[in-house]
Ligand binder design. Structure first.
Ligand code: ADP
Ligand code: MG
Length: 267
């Protein structure tokens, strides 16, 4: 994005102001920011659900403002939203996953292969003939992700996909996303309220009032607890605990993972 701005009618302040960033193929980016900071608006601009008022958005070199590019961009940038129930439309899992590729005009035998492959990738093989409403939240969200993967996008944008899930469902979805990024080299843009989830990314963007106010590795971003609290964000529990121990005089190294801190304490 270059100099991107977006305004909703009736709002006094733009939802996005002068947004500039680039994401490399294969990267895993997390976006954090309090409610109303512009995260969902940014996500919708990436696959042309919205168009920028000013500035330019290039996806694989194609501008979203050029109408000829739109279907190609939408196929390339898959979107996953918060509520899995709103994303599943069919009465059988395999029909749901087939929906996207069917709309792309993919021939029948290839759709079969893509559906089975996508369900394997989200660890839902064998559920082809299940009814989506009988699945757990985490399973539903993984089926929704399979429906996106079946369109073979190079990038997937997820807007708080774990917000409605229990801890187990959240872990299932996070494991799936990490797998798609690490093993399948799919670029991930992951919006979340959960700092533990954000810390799995290569890089974090911090949003506040329509701007990206900070970018860095999870270690860099979570080091500055005070700045995050100023914009109503927290740090992962493990970071907070390590900081409390430092205040008590323990020389805790910069640990990010729970295992890292457990190892330190136990030694
Ligand atoms: N459809 C809409 N119409 C008017 N204002 C909107 C709409 N969607 C979002 N907004 C406003 O735009 C700003 C950014 O919202 P959003 O991108 O949804 O933020 P976030 O996803 O970080 O919570 C907020 O002030 C929000 O109230
Ligand atoms: Mg949002």
């Amino acid at each position: 994005m270059k100099g991107v701005e977006y305004e909703y009618k009736g709002l006094t302040e733009p939802a996005l102001k002068n947004i500039n960033f680039s994401v490399n193929a294969g990267e895993f980016i997390s976006i954090i920011g309090s409610n109303g900071s512009g995260k969902s608006t940014l996500a919708k601009l990436l696959n042309v659900l919205l168009l920028p008022a000013r500035g330019e958005i290039l996806v694989n070199g194609l501008s979203t403002s050029n109408e000829e590019n739109r279907s190609k961009i939408r196929q390339n940038v898959g979107m996953v939203f918060q509520n899995p129930d709103n994303q599943l439309v069919a009465t059988m899992v395999e029909d749901d996953v087939a929906f996207g590729p069917e709309n792309l005009g993919i021939p029948g035998p290839e759709i079969r292969a893509r559906v089975d492959n996508a369900l394997k990738m989200v660890d839902m093989d064998g559920f082809q003939r299940y009814s989506p409403h009988k699945l757990s939240g985490g399973q539903k969200q993984r089926v929704a992700i399979a429906g996106i993967i079946a369109m073979e996008p190079s990038c997937v944008v997820l807007d708080e996909p774990t917000a409605m899930l229990d801890p187990r469902g959240r872990k299932e979805v996070m494991d799936t996303i990490s797998y798609l990024n690490r093993e399948k080299k799919i670029t991930i843009i992951y919006i979340t309220h959960f700092m533990e989830e954000a810390s799995l990314a290569d890089k974090i963007f911090v949003m506040h009032r329509g701007q990206i106010i900070n970018t860095g590795t999870p270690e860099q971003i979570f080091k500055d607890i005070r700045s995050l609290k100023e914009v109503n964000l927290d740090v992962p529990l493990v970071v907070e605990l390590a900081e409390s121990l430092r205040k008590e005089g323990f020389s805790v190294p910069g640990v990010m993972s729970i295992d890292g801190l457990v190892n330190y304490i136990c030694s």
